[in-house]
Design a protein around this ligand. Sequence first.
Ligand code: SF4
Ligand code: SF4
Ligand code: SF4
Length: 380
Amino acid sequence: MEFNIKQIQETNAFACLECGKCTGVCPVARHSKTFSPRSILIKSIRNSHPDALKGSDLWSCLTCQQCDTICPSHIRYIDFMQLIRQFVGVTNQDATCSHGGIVDSILKIMTTPNLQQQRMDWITKDYQTTASGDYLYFVGCLPYYDVLFSSLEVHPLNIARSTIKILNYLDIQPQVLPNEKCCGHDFYWNGDLKNFKILAEQNLEQIRNSGAKQVITACPECYRTLKVEYAKFFGKTGFEVQHISEFLAVRLKDKHIPLKTEKLSACYHDPCRLGRHLGIYDAPRGVLSKLSGLTLNEMAHHHQRAICCGVTGWMNCSQISKQIQTHRLREAQATGSDILITSCPKCQIHFQCALLDKQLKEEIHFTIKDLVEVVAENLN
Ligand code: SF4
Ligand code: SF4
Ligand code: SF4
């Protein structure tokens, strides 16, 4: 992959003032003695050779967009990072796939065009779906995560079941694609454009053939990828995409759902892709306000300043990821909440993983759940 100066220019990277404000707000730099977004950018544009970036921890950047919010030159750092990763190549020694690369391997297997997956077993007779219709629920990789991360006491398929339960409550029977593929988010952000495009083309064909007009997802990464990246690379998709929180903020507008417990004190973690990337802060909070008896507390960092869950694209999970997660979980603990609610399956997995640390687990007195799980379990 060549160093594409025109594309790099479009991110405004050449306007860098070397002020270091990005490094000042970066959650990775906060815990690392060596990681510096400023110096990665400067090295990249001064010496457009992949070797110049050796040891720069390119894949430790969370593409969380925290730096973009403060950069005085309005540099689109995450787009710059995505381009640099494409240029350097994901086979680079600085890229370490977590869990021995098993997720990456599964995603690569999914690029096989005629692959037949068994990914619908979780839809029991309690959940109503349909073979045609305007609404399509894009499940994402939850059936795989449910197996891969079962030892972490997380149940990602509970997010999928809860989503369908809520849609059924609203008299909607969604389509679910029996051979849906990963949206390609991780390939895209890790710089593997070839595999991203293969998955995207397969999903686009399936969604278009379904005839659905509205795609709903409970994953901010699927949401961003289907809405932004598919349109960017393939033009008009022919369907609308919404995160479940946006959809419910409208559909539950006139409803009040009484809690099954007397009261619940909660704090909400803004996932980077939903919040900073796409500006959706009010919708999930609006949905929570429909639960009568739930009190919402804000953490020290919330909305645009929310801290990332510590890992992106299953890359370079390290001691620094754990420190970021610990910091965030302690912020949640400081609110005195009974529950930490997020609306991203991966945030839940990474936070729950941090609780494998016995000392931290003793300190933390709240449970971690997804927004849809909390809504669904309070429906009759
Ligand atoms: S904040 Fe922006 S201008 Fe300042 S060093 Fe970082 S990228 Fe450069
Ligand atoms: S995107 Fe996030 S992790 Fe990456 S350099 Fe910017 S602030 Fe740091
Ligand atoms: S934090 Fe996430 S990526 Fe890191 S080991 Fe745990 S589950 Fe894996």
